[in-house]
Ligand binder design. Structure first.
Ligand SMILES: Cc1cc2nc3c(=O)[nH]c(=O)nc-3n(C[C@H](O)[C@H](O)[C@H](O)COP(=O)(O)OP(=O)(O)OC[C@H]3O[C@@H](n4cnc5c(N)ncnc54)[C@H](O)[C@@H]3O)c2cc1C
Length: 395
């Protein structure tokens, strides 16, 4: 039931008498900083302004001007590692800020369709308001390929609000262990930079896995931080190439490797990020020994249960008046997309809640919790829900 993707779990492994704190799905809903109150003029004009028309004309004057959308201009696009780029973005005034460790949804038009995915913010908040994401290109991946290969300085992307709870407490204390695999380094890089900006007030061990040396992002910066701060211990671990440098090791995550690199885990607060399988292994290996564990996975876990044999059902879309036939064997989000529809979506794994919509009637199956629900007028996450019967959705 403890699923790293839709839940962040903070557990006191070393002191089981201390109750575990479980942050539920709803706790992971986007938690933007409070929005600045709209000006009096804006409030007066709001009922009279058609946002699409405003944006059309405003963007003739400035590419990121918008009545209500968070748009950002790409101000730098640099190679970060093999098949990975860092995009530095200058958002417009609708951006509400973030805390290191959080993520955001990024949307762009790819081949005539709007595509949205989640990316972690890799920098700390800056005075000039610029933010950065680092994107690893996934083979055949729609948005990652677009951002890595086709996006240019001056292009405009749409952003959602920051979300996610894998942030550091203030003040930060104790001993920390960051476990990163592949693009899972991104939120942990933001947290490492945050600690570096505070002159590394805690002991931190960062263990970072990649298939090959060329795939390590931020390698030079991490090494110079490790030289500058003796309290930062850094290990690069290669899974498909031999280790050569003193800070390199080989092998997949294992109890032996963690013991060799970190010693005892008893007083460690562990943050892990990477593919779903990596995060689950990290959780298992540290259970019972680490002081606490919190994780975020970038790929969905295997569903906890199946919804039974796939059938074809009718989904009526209340707002558009359309009815489409979809298979119950795939998520509602994928099924609707396959019908040419483009409902709002983000992380595609139940975390960001962008795809939540009202189910007026019918039964759905939540692939993460394994629960069926038939209560009318309930909110469902399209990306992790499947249809069990004919449905009516507020789309
Ligand atoms: C909270 C969160 C934060 C994230 N932060 C980052 C980040 O900072 N940097 C980053 O590069 N990515 C990050 N991701 C992953 C990112 O959202 C996308 O999933 C990824 O860029 C692939 O999107 P795509 O449109 O290119 O691929 P799609 O077109 O969605 O998928 C194409 C194929 O690739 C597979 N696939 C999808 N995602 C992955 C993946 N991550 N690894 C391996 N195979 C995959 C799919 O199964 C599919 O077969 C994050 C994901 C989440 C949920």
């Amino acid at each position: 039931m403890h699923n790293c993707i839709d839940m962040c779990i903070v557990r006191n492994h070393a002191h089981p008498e201390v109750p575990a704190v479980t942050l539920s799905v709803s706790a992971l809903a986007p938690v933007p900083a409070p929005a600045p109150a709209p000006s009096l003029l804006r409030r007066l004009l709001d009922p009279m302004v058609d946002p699409a028309t405003f944006d059309f004309w405003a963007q003739k004057l400035h590419a990121t001007w918008s009545w209500n959308r968070t748009l950002a201009r790409v101000v730098a696009h640099r190679a970060e590692a093999e098949d990975a780029v860092t995009l530095v973005l200058q958002p417009n005034g609708h951006w509400q800020g973030f805390r290191p460790g959080q993520h955001l949804n990024v949307s762009a038009e790819v081949d005539g369709h709007r595509v949205t995915r989640s990316y972690s913010l890799t920098d700390v908040p800056r005075r000039d308001g610029r933010i950065a994401i680092t994107v690893k290109r996934v083979d055949g991946g729609r948005l990652s390929t677009h951002l890595c290969q086709r996006t240019r300085v001056g292009d405009v992307l749409e952003l959602g609000p920051a979300f996610g709870e894998m942030t550091l407490p203030a003040p930060v204390q104790g001993r920390w262990l960051f476990l990163a695999a592949g693009s899972g380094i991104t939120p942990l890089m933001a947290l490492t930079r945050q600690l570096a900006a505070q002159d590394m007030p805690v002991d931190l061990t960062l263990v970072y896995w990649a298939r090959t040396r060329a795939e390590f992002c931020f390698a030079q910066e991490l090494r110079s931080l490790a030289q500058r701060f003796p309290r930062l211990r850094l290990h690069f671990v290669l899974t498909h190439e031999g280790a050569q440098r003193p800070d390199e090791r080989e092998g997949f995550i294992s109890a032996e490797l963690l013991t060799a690199l970190c010693g005892g885990l008893a007083d460690r607060q562990v943050l892990a990020c990477g593919p779903g399988g990596f995060v689950e292994t990290a959780r298992t290996l540290t259970a019972g020994s680490a002081r606490s564990f919190m994780a975020e996975g970038f790929t969905p876990p295997a569903p906890t249960a199946t919804a039974g044999e796939a059938i074809t059902v009718q989904v009526s879309l209340a707002r558009s008046g359309r009815t489409v036939s979809v298979s119950s064997g795939t998520s509602l989000l994928e099924a609707l997309e396959a019908q040419g529809l483009n409902p709002p979506s983000g992380c595609r794994m139940g975390v960001c809640h962008t795809c939540v919509c009202q189910r007026h009637s019918g039964t759905t199956f939540d692939t993460l919790s394994g629960e069926r629900n038939a209560e009318p007028d309930m909110a469902v996450r399209l990306c992790v829900s499947r249809a069990c019967t004919d449905l009516s959705l507020d789309l």
